[in-house]
Design a protein. Structure first.
Length: 132
């Protein structure tokens, strides 16, 4: 379902009801926001990266080390060592974190600014298996 510039995924059984709600109410969010339309291009949104229904095989994936993942989550610049021009799904230990646009050997970080980690990272980061 597309509303404005945002494409959302909504279960088929709820599609008609959601369409009626969109026509009669101001909707902030509905379903899983999967992409934003920019002219003829689509920009994947954070909701798609975190969706349980994400088909990882449909995207280029970059597996990050702990320090890279934390820097990404702080919305800092990171390098993944590949070249190209595509959207990358960034993940840490198989868990999706979000999107980056690869332009040559540089990445544009598309992690939501409002979600970024603000605390300073320690000088030495040790990878432990507490979270994953």
């Amino acid at each position: 379902m597309q509303y404005g510039e945002v494409i959302s995924a909504i279960p088929e059984v709820l599609f008609e009801a959601a369409d009626e709600i969109y026509q009669n109410l101001y909707v902030l969010y509905a379903g899983t926001e999967v992409a934003e339309v920019n002219g003829k291009k689509l920009k994947p949104l954070q909701g798609l990266a975190l969706s349980q229904d994400l088909n990882k095989a449909a995207f280029d994936i970059a597996e990050l080390e702990l320090e890279q993942a934390l820097r990404y989550l702080r919305k800092e610049d990171i390098r993944v060592g590949t070249n190209g021009s595509s959207w990358l799904l960034l993940q840490y230990k198989g868990a999706p974190l979000g999107w980056a646009k690869q332009i040559g050997n540089r990445l544009n970080n598309y992690y939501p600014k409002e979600w970024r980690i603000r605390m300073e990272l320690p000088q030495e980061i040790q990878d432990t298996n507490i979270l994953f």
